[in-house]
Ligand binder design. Structure first.
Ligand code: FES
Length: 166
């Protein structure tokens, strides 16, 4: 779907309640809950969809910058919030970039990524979990774990990491 900056869309959001003051927030998420055994992360979670406006408190607490964050939304077991579920909410589209800010130099990630180089993303679907890839700077980028493809060949290429400073 083509989103327009400044326009409002009904998108999946994680409903959470902060444990410290019981305040409730809706955080836009990519509606593909999963675990990441490949990164030794067996906890069920959602990724934040940083393309949409996020409450400043949550932006700060979850360290979301320029649409990117290293934080995910756990469905249980966090000391910060209670996860209530995923519901559709009206949110403002802000930018086309989002994704996981993977620690640079993570050997596990680099190894995992290298295993996908050359794989096909037919239909612009990520060869990892079938997520729809986003077009960014003439490439296709998966908003979940960052597999990046050449838009013409639809093959995964070595990743050029985005700047997380904006
Ligand atoms: S679903 Fe993991 S990189 Fe695409």
């Amino acid at each position: 779907m083509e989103y327009q900056p400044g326009k409002i869309y009904e998108v999946p959001c994680a409903e959470i309640m902060m444990k410290e003051d019981r305040r409730q927030y809706f955080l836009p998420v990519i509606d593909l809950p999963h675990t990441d055994q490949a990164f030794d992360f067996p906890h069920r979670h959602y990724h934040i969809d940083g393309r949409f406006a996020i409450h400043p408190r949550m932006k700060h607490r979850l360290q979301i910058s320029g649409g990117y964050t290293a934080t995910i939304i756990l469905t249980e077991g966090t000391a910060m919030y209670d996860f209530k579920g995923v519901v559709k909410q009206a949110m403002v589209f802000e930018r086309s970039e989002t994704g996981l800010a993977v620690p640079l130099g993570s050997e596990k990630y680099a190894k995992w990524y290298a295993g996908y180089v050359g794989h096909s993303c037919d239909g612009k679907k990520c060869p990892h979990l079938g997520m729809e890839m986003l077009e960014q700077d003439g490439k296709l980028v998966c908003p979940l774990h960052g597999l990046t493809a050449d838009a013409a060949t639809l093959r995964i290429i070595q990743r050029i990491l985005p700047s997380f400073n904006s």
